[in-house]
Design a protein around this ligand. Structure first.
Ligand code: SF4
Ligand code: SF4
Length: 77
């Protein structure tokens, strides 16, 4: 069974400019740009390292408590 981190990244889809920078630095390939529109985080892959938030030029990624993750964004398989 996978051990999930307490934190998870969440992208603000309204402010995401779909540049893809976050996808290049994620060590887990956990964040993807959905249909060229906005970034979506795979909550099962994300380990909450914060790398994506550090490089995002739109400053639209936040680390949130995993408990509340997935309520405001769509999942991408
Ligand atoms: S917090 Fe880390 S693991 Fe999660 S999406 Fe961002 S770069 Fe990937
Ligand atoms: S780096 Fe930021 S603006 Fe660029 S795709 Fe990722 S979340 Fe969107």
């Amino acid at each position: 069974m996978a051990i999930l981190s307490k934190k998870i990244a969440q992208a603000d889809q309204k402010n995401c400019v779909a540049c893809g920078t976050c996808t290049k630095v994620c060590p887990r390939e956990a964040i993807k740009v959905h249909q060229g529109c906005y970034a979506v985080v795979d909550s099962f892959k994300c380990v909450g390292c914060g790398m994506c938030a550090t490089v995002c030029p739109a400053n639209c990624i936040n680390l949130i408590d995993r408990e509340g993750a997935g309520k405001h964004e769509k999942e991408v398989v």
